[in-house]
Design a protein around this ligand. Structure first.
Ligand code: NCD
Length: 305
């Protein structure tokens, strides 16, 4: 039995095969409509979510399965002091697969050690978010037509933005990928990403505060929200929250083939005037995320299409 806690647990071949399945689902949805008949997915969400939880649920419904779960810690026995380990054991009696989001780094890993069904990390604190990365990889593959030879700009809160950590881990494995990390000093990528992934892997990267000076080099611009809930002080958040706001003006030097991504939710870091730009891919990312979650559920449940 296999869980998914970090994106690095999937090989490049497995990622290619998940993308191939997602593409096939897009083309032949009927083929998949009954594959999880009688199976149940539990969504255990201890933190707010719109896309991740609902896309897991939509994914399971579109595979013919059913869904149960909770969407806030306060409505679960966590409010009475139950441990993640005991909750995972309990839910294993009801469901065939679990998707868990938790504010504490490592909680889904702990759950996977105690559950008797696969556990998918749906976001753990400021650490990782592998299924958002699956959505991102599918978007890059479909929109760019390649996974290699890319300059990827990541902009905003690179410290607490867990989706960026998982994206860097995943894209570092492809040939000739270069990262441009755009953030204020206070929100630079954590050292375990900078040293543990980029430097130790010999992956080229530059860090800058200035989005304008690098815009023209980018093939992908991955914007992120400043993660208010992870700041120690509101004052610090207020000081940093408007560090980057993407406007038409800032895009003026960008490539015509640029792919603008964002895991969403957006606060104000991408002006709505960009939404109609053909380079804006963030709502396509939402849709691809559902198909990649369908592909992942099939893989972890061992169901052949
Ligand atoms: C992201 C997350 O939860 O980390 N959202 C998502 O799952 N698409 C990004 C964010 O909250 O800013």
């Amino acid at each position: 039995m296999r869980s998914l806690i970090s994106i690095e647990e999937l090989s490049r071949d497995e990622i290619d095969s998940l993308i191939a399945t997602a593409n096939d689902i897009i083309e032949n949805p009927k083929k998949y409509g009954e594959l999880c008949r009688g199976k149940k997915l539990a969504t255990l969400f201890y933190e707010p979510s719109t896309r991740t939880r609902l896309s897991f649920e939509a994914a399971m419904y579109e595979l013919g399965g059913n869904v149960l779960g909770f969407s806030e810690a306060q409505s679960s026995s966590a409010a009475k002091g139950e441990s993640v380990a005991d909750t995972a054991r309990t839910v294993s009696c009801y469901a065939d697969i679990i998707a868990m989001r938790h504010p504490k780094e490592g909680a889904p890993y702990v759950a996977s050690q105690h559950a008797s069904v696969p556990v998918i990390n749906a976001g753990d604190g400021g650490h990782n978010h592998p299924t958002q990365t699956l959505a991102d990889l599918c978007t890059i593959s479909r929109e760019m037509g390649r996974m290699s030879d890319l300059t990827i700009g990541c902009c905003g809160d690179l410290k607490f933005g867990r989706t960026v950590h998982s994206l860097i881990a995943a894209m570092s494995r492809y040939e000739n990928v270069k990262f441009v990390l755009i953030s204020p000093e206070e929100l630079r990528v954590p050292s375990y990403v900078r040293h543990g992934i980029l430097e130790s892997g010999g992956i080229p990267y530059v860090e800058t505060r200035d989005i304008r000076e690098v815009m023209g080099e980018l093939d992908i611009l991955y914007m992120t929200r400043v993660q208010r809930e992870r700041f120690f002080s509101e004052e610090e958040y207020l000081r940093l929250k408007d560090s980057y706001i993407l406007t038409k003006d800032k895009l003026s030097g960008a490539k015509d083939s640029l792919c603008i991504m964002h895991p969403l939710p957006r606060v104000n870091e991408i002006s709505v005037e960009i939404d109609d730009d053909p380079r804006a891919c963030y709502f396509k990312q939402v849709l691809y995320g559902k198909y990649m979650r369908m592909a992942l559920i099939l893989m972890l449940l061992g169901v052949d299409a």
